[in-house]
Design a protein around this ligand. Structure first.
Ligand code: GTP
Ligand code: MG
Length: 367
């Protein structure tokens, strides 16, 4: 049943749909057994044909998934919200007018909440500007003004650019930032959108790194190319590129080590992997995703500056937003690095990641 396979591929973990699909498949088999061949064609939808009831369930499920992620995002950002906006709320209670004194206190709060010095200055200057031109008069407009300013600062989310077959996503970042986990999550999302994904296990340094990645690939239902621990990561990437070409994969995702004997080794290794990709896949769409751990706050900015020396970072995956009060780092990233945040992670499970949406993010912080 091609259309049922298609359905499973589209939503592999959807037990409800799977159950219904299985029931339908059983019913179809029964019908096939009971009836002559010619009449079966009339009752069984052809590949690609829509089955309205099942389509509706798939849509409902996507909606439910969206709602559950929104809840996770909101609860994940609650510490940041309390640390930052809860305090702004308290601060506003002590002020009657919107004046320089209030701005000064606000400035301190924003800096304390990991919004970063430059971003804070920008926000305060914008507020001052709004006070001057009369857009901000009452203190109950302060919060919505900050919300608007932050949303403007962060800008629109930017999707991955994966135009060629294969395209390449190189995943880099310090150890423990969540690279391997993110690869599992991203692979699942890409697969669900119909892309064929191959993953290269190019973190050959850490014991068990390859097996850990294999588990994530299994969960995501994608193939992985591996060599032994200790082998040359660039050679793994070379193999994986050949395999991706042979299999006509849409996307090759490369896991890398977060720690080597020293930083220079790490950066040299990344540069070498980059050269292999450039040589073997000239003209391919490339994403160099830097994975950052939101709980490290401003330190994440320093990491980004360091990694920028080894690779042209095209996007950031910001993980562990759940349970940190340092979510304000998103604002700093945009302001200080001008690299788009492409994904955010709010948990350890395979569905705990989404494409970054500035409006959703800021709304979750303020609502
Ligand atoms: N709470 C939470 N934990 C996360 C998130 N993303 C990753 N983690 C956890 O962070 C830890 C490290 O994740 P990995 O994916 O192994 O990190 P890595 O960057 O591959 O680490 P190395 O391979 O050592 O360089 C794991 O325990 C993950 O479960 C997230 O969004 N939220
Ligand atoms: Mg890893």
């Amino acid at each position: 049943m091609a259309f049922l396979n298609k359905l499973f591929g589209k939503n592999k973990d959807n037990d409800e749909v799977k159950d219904i699909a299985e029931e339908m498949e059983a019913a179809v088999t029964e019908a096939e057994e009971a009836q002559p061949e010619e009449t079966v064609g009339e009752t069984v939808p052809e590949a690609g044909e829509t089955v309205p009831e099942v389509e509706a369930i798939v849509e409902e499920d996507a909606e439910a998934e969206k709602v559950s992620f929104w809840k996770k995002l909101k609860s994940g950002l609650s510490k940041t919200k309390n640390a930052l906006f809860g305090q702004i709320d308290d601060l506003l209670k002590n002020f009657v007018r919107v004046d320089e004194d209030l701005l000064e206190e606000l400035e301190e709060l924003l800096i304390m909440a990991d919004v970063g010095v430059n971003s804070t200055e920008y926000i305060i200057d914008e507020l001052r500007e709004r006070i001057k031109d009369g857009r901000l008069k009452e203190k109950d407009q302060v919060m919505s003004s900050i919300q608007e300013i932050i949303e403007d600062m962060i800008g629109e989310g930017q999707p991955l650019k994966l135009d060629t077959t294969p395209s390449v996503i190189l995943v880099i970042g310090v150890n423990g930032a969540g690279k391997t986990t993110s690869i599992g999550k991203i692979s699942k999302r890409l697969k669900a959108s119909g892309k064929k994904v191959v993953v290269a296990a190019a973190d050959t340094f850490r014991a068990a790194a390859i097996d850990q990645l294999a588990v994530w690939c299994e969960r995501a239902g994608v193939e992985m190319v591996r060599q032994n621990e200790g082998s040359d990561p660039a050679a793994v990437v070379f193999d994986a590129i050949s395999y991706a070409k042979k299999k006509q994969a849409d996307v090759l995702i490369v896991d890398t080590a977060g720690r080597l004997h020293n930083k220079t080794n790490l950066m040299n290794e990344l540069a070498k992997i980059n050269r292999v990709i450039d040589r073997e896949l000239p003209g391919a769409s490339r994403e160099n995703l830097l994975v950052l751990d939101a709980t490290t706050g401003q330190n994440a900015i320093l990491q980004a500056k360091e990694f920028s020396k080894a690779a042209n970072i095209t996007g950031i995956t910001l993980n562990k937003l759940d349970g940190t009060a340092k979510g304000g780092i998103v604002i700093s990233i945009k302001q200080e690095l001008d690299i788009p945040v492409k994904f955010i992670g709010v948990g350890e499970k395979i569905d705990d990641m989404r494409e970054f949406d500035a409006h959703d993010f800021v709304t979750a912080l303020f609502e």
